[in-house]
Design a binder for this molecule. Structure first.
Ligand SMILES: O=C(O)CCC(=O)C(=O)O
Ligand SMILES: [Fe+2]
Length: 230
């Protein structure tokens, strides 16, 4: 009698193609590892956010720019606000999350907030975000985004919205070593879909003078429930 041929069933063993959620989880794993090990990370979010959303965000900042809705940025907030043009020259507009692209972006940021809390136990309660435009000649000298012990801004994220950025366009983000503040440990080119993420209280950084209009979006994940001064 012949031995029956048993056909193995592969289908149920094959994992379903990794969806957006799986990719986002992997992306968050990499981000959490980078923040733990180096205090900062530069990553690409083009695939996660999609070209259409990035283009829509860029269009928003360009419209705000043309309508004079962008305000000269200060250092600190509320009564502490200082507009020191020798330190910082960009213009900003805070996002409310009410337009469709902003709502989609806020969903992405909320995923990062929850994902980092799960992985790093940071107790991030909320985030705040603004558009920024640097016109030719604008810069932001070396600084920290938060003062240690304030437990306000904990993680900073900058998303860049510029297609075809070339080295001669300037405006790179220089990241300094968290243990030796004059040592540059990384440079991030502000190209469309690229993000820089770093620990707000630890990592000094600087925006070099831009030679071309430079659009970005900055987001801070905060530990305080109600707004406290930086
Ligand atoms: O645009 C960047 O690359 C960084 C901006 C920044 O450091 C800030 O807004 O605090
Ligand atoms: Fe900053």
């Amino acid at each position: 009698m012949e031995t029956p041929v048993v056909t193995p069933i592969h289908e149920s063993l094959t994992a379903p193609a990794e969806g957006l959620e799986g990719r986002a989880e992997r992306w968050l794993d990499g981000l959490a590892e980078g923040l733990t090990e180096y205090g900062w990370m530069s990553l690409d979010v083009r695939d996660l956010l999609g070209g259409d959303l990035l283009a829509a965000l860029k269009q928003e900042v360009q419209i705000l720019d043309r309508t004079d809705a962008m305000q000269k940025a200060g250092i600190g907030r509320g009564n502490d606000l200082v507009r020191d043009r020798s330190v910082r020259r960009d213009r900003i507009a805070w996002l409310q999350g009410i337009t469709a692209p902003q709502a989609a972006l806020f969903e992405f940021f909320e995923g990062i907030r929850v994902g980092l809390n799960q992985r790093l136990f940071l107790g991030l309660k909320r985030f705040e975000t603004h558009y920024a435009t640097y016109h030719p000649g604008d810069f932001y000298k070396r600084h920290l985004d938060s003062f240690q012990g304030r437990a306000s801004r904990v993680v900073s994220l900058v998303l860049y919205l510029n297609e075809g950025w070339r080295p001669e366009d300037g405006g790179a983000l220089q990241v300094f070593n968290r243990d030796s503040e004059h040592e540059v440990c990384g440079t991030v080119v502000p190209e469309m879909g690229r993000v820089a993420v770093f620990m707000s209280e630890e990592v000094p950084h600087e925006v070099l003078p831009a030679n071309r209009t430079r659009h970005s979006l900055a987001c801070w994940f905060r530990q305080d429930e109600v707004p406290l001064p930086l």
